[in-house]
Design a protein around this ligand. Structure first.
Ligand SMILES: C[S@@+](CC[C@H](N)C(=O)[O-])C[C@H]1O[C@@H](n2cnc3c(N)ncnc32)[C@H](O)[C@@H]1O
Length: 371
């Protein structure tokens, strides 16, 4: 049968179980397309190549559904997959090395009787959430043009712009000289070809001299920073103007206004428990806060985006691209989704939220901080 390999042989060579290979076969991820002389299924060289890509992405922590999208992409050939895998593995290695160094430093400090601050201890792990959930991000997260227009207007005549917590590059103004900062390797690897150069760093410790940029921007990221106030002060230090898109956790009113948190996911309030007030955030940059209404057909799938399209929250892809759902845990998520599903089909949701249908935009606590 030439270069064709049996299931057992492939399992042995790749170090995975036959059960795993059968599972990949059943879900259509890697199918042994050849036959042995006696009629058993076998892996052709092409099947083996695909399996190698699947195992590579698996090792990087991608989910099977995300892997299927990646390996089915007709525009990515074997060499492009190898290049991407290599880049991601190198990033992961570098990040592990940085974590080891940080741990060594803390061990040294402890041996000398010095206690590191809680902020220092957490900084090392700040980007880890996006290392695990980041691959689901591009499915529904993109630039919303009406919010982008507000951000770009607030940047004024800035020519050089630093985008902190840049992710995959949404909201980066196309007509300015942008430098991006993003701690997660998975997010950096998903930036489109031709996107602004991106540096692996965190907001709390920006590797730039004072006043190196005309402006610094941060979009939907500050709530992920271990120390938001320190990060905002850093933005203020390196840039003359600061623009931040975030939300106001200090008013309880909007928690009650958004039906998703009010009626289905009250656990969201716990995530905000020790979040600095809007006053603390604006104070850190010495600026002001402006409300940003969310259009009913918002194109960027952040948590509040689907406020007038409740069925969207039943879609796993919509939820996986928003960290809130991972952070509340699977039990709360399942309960919220099942409750919503039941209320949508019984008409209870529509009855309770009758007034929303007439609105084109909603005030849900989103704010633009400008300094
Ligand atoms: C919801 S995404 C937003 C990405 C992008 N700004 C956008 O609007 O699509 C949050 C990003 O913040 C990044 N992040 C997490 N901790 C950070 C930190 N300490 N400093 C800077 N960015 C951080 C995450 O890795 C992630 O890419």
């Amino acid at each position: 049968m030439g270069e064709h390999l049996t299931v057992g042989r492939v399992a042995e060579l790749a170090g995975v179980s036959v059960r795993t290979l059968h599972h990949y076969h059943q879900i259509g991820l890697v199918q042994p397309s050849a036959r042995t002389g006696v009629g058993y299924r076998a892996y052709s060289p092409g099947d083996v190549e695909r399996l190698r890509e699947v195992l590579g992405y698996r090792r990087l922590g991608f989910g099977l559904r995300a892997i299927a999208d990646l390996v089915d992409d007709p525009d990515t050939d074997a060499v492009a997959h190898l290049r991407r895998l290599r880049g991601l593995l190198v990033e992961q290695r570098d990040q592990a090395a940085a974590t080891v160094t940080a741990i060594d430093k803390e061990l040294e400090a402890r041996a000398m009787g010095i206690r590191t601050t809680p902020e220092d201890q957490l900084k090392v792990f700040g980007a880890q959430l996006y290392e695990s959930i980041g691959s689901a991000y591009p499915a529904t997260r993109r630039t919303e043009p009406r919010i982008a227009a507000r951000i770009w207007e607030a940047l004024g005549d800035a020519r050089t712009v630093l985008n902190v917590g840049a992710g995959t590059g949404s909201y980066e103004p196309p007509d300015r000289d942008v430098t991006a900062v993003e701690p997660s390797a998975v997010m950096r690897a998903q930036r489109p070809a031709g996107a602004a150069p991106c540096i692996a760093a965190s907001a709390e410790c920006l590797p730039f001299a004072d006043q190196s940029f005309d402006a610094a921007m941060a979009v939907s990221t500050v709530h992920h920073w271990p120390d938001p106030v320190a990060g905002l002060r850093e933005m203020r230090r390196v840039a003359r103007r600061v623009v931040v898109f975030t939300y106001d956790a200090s008013t309880t009113g909007w928690l009650q206004r958004f039906w998703l948190t009010r009626d289905y996911l009250p656990e969201f309030a716990d995530l905000l428990a020790d979040w600095p007030s809007l006053a603390d955030l604006t104070h850190a940059i010495g600026g002001r806060a402006e409300p940003v209404l969310i259009p009913w057909d918002c194109e960027d799938g952040f948590f509040e985006a689907h406020w007038r399209r409740p069925e969207d929250y039943l879609d796993e892809r919509v939820r996986r691209a928003v960290s809130v759902w991972t952070r509340v845990g699977p039990q709360a998520e399942q309960r919220a989704v099942e409750g919503l599903r039941a209320d949508l089909s019984s008409g209870r949701w529509a009855e309770r939220n009758r007034d929303l249908v007439a609105l084109d935009a909603a005030e849900l606590g989103l704010r633009l901080l400008v300094a």
